[in-house]
Design a protein around this ligand. Structure first.
Ligand code: 8X3
Length: 248
């Protein structure tokens, strides 16, 4: 029987590239996202079977009903990639927008919890499973104006450790990958479509691309059963820290 991986935020960027990478390893895939049409495009490009779940991770009841209606054949989830999340705005704390704060905490933290809660009981029952949380360098180093986004990713780092502790008795692997600058839709979303500001983030150096992160996730997932890549920091060579990048 083919293994099943569930990927949140699969409709773009790191999630999309991870779906491609895990399909090449023979995984059948549960592709989760808000944008059905994009998931259908991805589904058509994959060489393995996939099942689409369209929901917003920050909507607890939508997450629950999506996983409740999963057909029996798809309920044996071996691997969960908690990738969904975004940054909204980048302002000093005193001028932050509460709606942006809510959006980040709701998707990056609560969404990860809701999806994990739906999948963990099956892993516990089978005494097997692997959860990879997509964190960020922002979860390890706080940078000016990053405040709430950094806090949300620091929570992902803390939850990764907490999950690893709590799920250790059930032989469930838990790890995280924390990328630095990755050229995806991330900055366009953060800066609400201001492409001049978004493009400037990646100018003058070679940033990571989604496929670089997907390749590391693939490696984490494919590691031998006794090996857990627990805490991976992945940076472009030009980036030394959250706020130090060598630009030409
Ligand atoms: C994305 C990386 O440095 O923009 O999580 O926070 S950063």
């Amino acid at each position: 029987m083919k293994k099943i991986a569930c990927i949140t935020g699969a409709s773009s960027g790191i999630g999309w590239a991870t779906a491609k990478a895990l399909a090449k390893e023979g995984f059948n895939l549960i592709l989760c996202g808000r944008r059905k049409e994009r998931l259908e495009v991805l589904q058509a490009e994959l060489s393995t079977d996939s099942y689409l779940l369209v929901f917003d991770v920050s909507d607890a009841s939508a997450v629950k009903s999506a996983f409740d209606q999963l057909p029996l054949d798809w309920q044996h989830i071996d691997v969960l990639i908690n990738n969904a999340g975004n940054a909204h705005g980048m302002s000093p704390i005193q001028s932050g927008d509460a709606a942006d704060w809510d959006a980040m905490m709701n998707s990056n933290v609560n969404g990860l919890l809701y999806v994990s809660q739906a999948i963990i009981p099956g892993m516990i029952a089978r005494m097997a499973g692997h959860i990879v949380n997509v964190s960020s360098i922002a979860g390890k180093q706080i940078y000016p104006n990053g405040n709430v986004y950094c806090a949300s990713k620091a929570a992902v780092e803390a939850l990764t450790q907490g999950m690893r502790l709590d799920l250790n008795p059930y032989r469930i692997k838990v790890g995280s990958v924390a990328p630095g600058a990755v050229n995806t839709e991330f900055s366009a979303v953060r800066f609400k479509g201001d492409m001049e500001r978004a493009n400037a983030v990646y100018q003058g150096f070679t940033p990571l691309v989604a496929e670089d992160v997907a390749e590391v996730i693939r490696y984490m997932v494919m590691a031998p059963a006794h090996v857990n890549l627990a805490d991976v920091l992945l940076l472009p060579t030009a980036q030394a820290s959250a706020s130090v990048v060598k630009r030409d």
